[in-house]
Design a protein around this ligand. Sequence first.
Ligand code: ZN
Ligand code: ZN
Length: 127
Amino acid sequence: MVGRRLIKKKKTSSKKLDEIVQKARNSITERDKGYREQSLKIHPWVCGRCGKEFNRDNLHLLTVHHVDHNHDNNPIDGSNWENLCIYCHDREHQKIRDFEQYGELTSSAHQDEMPINNPFDILKKMD
Ligand SMILES: [Zn+2]
Ligand SMILES: [Zn+2]
């Protein structure tokens, strides 16, 4: 009589490695998720630029911007975080890239609170 035995292979070593990789991966995403969640807790779900309001359905379009662009600077009072919709966030970074490219900061660069309603306003300030 032939006995059939299922031999389960234990992949202890590779499983351990997976755990380590997974852990490392988690720590990164947990940190990144961490400040976003904190910022969403502290600040209203409103884009700091265009004023668009967000809810649970479209909250993934609301991102957290680091005011000083230092992602390691995460004070728990939220002073370095700003909730921005993905469009304004992109524009914010584009603005900074432009300034870096042209090498000088104009006075309007610091007036972040001022909403840009008319793109021609910017052109006027440029000359
Ligand atoms: Zn916006
Ligand atoms: Zn940003």
